[in-house]
Design a protein. Structure first.
Length: 204
């Protein structure tokens, strides 16, 4: 069962990325026409205009791929990364539909809006799809009778704090993510530990 879900997960991932790439490829001609602004074919300006869409699209793809990987480990991107993603998506949409809006044709607006909007929706969905399918793989794993395990003593807040203190060096910036990495504690506890360590650092 889990192998079947894993195959579906791989297929979904590939299909989503294929759709994103095709959508970006579709927008390339419209963006080139927008950038060329009527320049003569094969002129320097006309040729250079072909570079605009790949420049934006490659940055967007890099951000989407990084988001997909970091999401698996519960790492959130910063504001600059999210801003860059939204800016590249918005820039692709505006450049792709500018000519249609200027022409005043509703049909052209719809035609040239669909590919960038599909890219936008797929970009937002692909990471969550991957996470949910990963959870499905875990849930589909066969479970059999388990041998009783001896009780494990619960690690206290003080124990985690001592581990974090021992691992902390002067150049370390204490964050909940760093605390989780060195102690293995839960997300909720890591915030309290980080606050305590930061307060201790301020008193030192």
């Amino acid at each position: 069962m889990s192998e079947s879900v894993e195959r579906v997960a791989v297929q979904v991932d590939r299909l989503c990325w294929t759709g994103i790439l095709l959508g970006l490829a579709f927008t390339m001609t419209n963006v080139q026409q927008f950038a060329a602004a009527g320049a003569a074919v094969w002129s320097l300006a006309w040729s250079a205009a072909w570079l605009l869409d790949p420049m934006v699209s490659l940055v967007l793809l890099a951000i989407l791929r990084a988001e997909q990987v970091t999401a698996r480990y519960g790492v959130r991107m910063g504001g600059w990364v999210r801003g860059a993603k939204w800016f590249t998506l918005a820039a692709t949409y505006v450049m792709n539909t500018w000519g249609a809006f200027m022409a005043g044709s509703a049909a052209l607006v719809v035609l040239h809006s669909v590919p960038p909007l599909v890219v936008f929706v797929a970009a937002e969905a692909v990471t969550e799809l991957r996470d949910k399918l990963g959870a499905a793989v875990t849930n589909a794993a066969p479970t059999g009778p388990k041998e009783p395990t001896p009780p494990v003593p619960r690690t206290s807040f003080a124990d985690y704090l001592e581990v974090a203190r021992a691992a902390r060096t002067p150049d370390v910036v204490v964050t909940p993510a760093w605390v989780r990495e060195v102690t293995g504690c839960s997300r909720g506890l890591s915030s309290r530990l980080a606050a305590t360590l930061t307060e201790e650092g301020g008193r030192s």
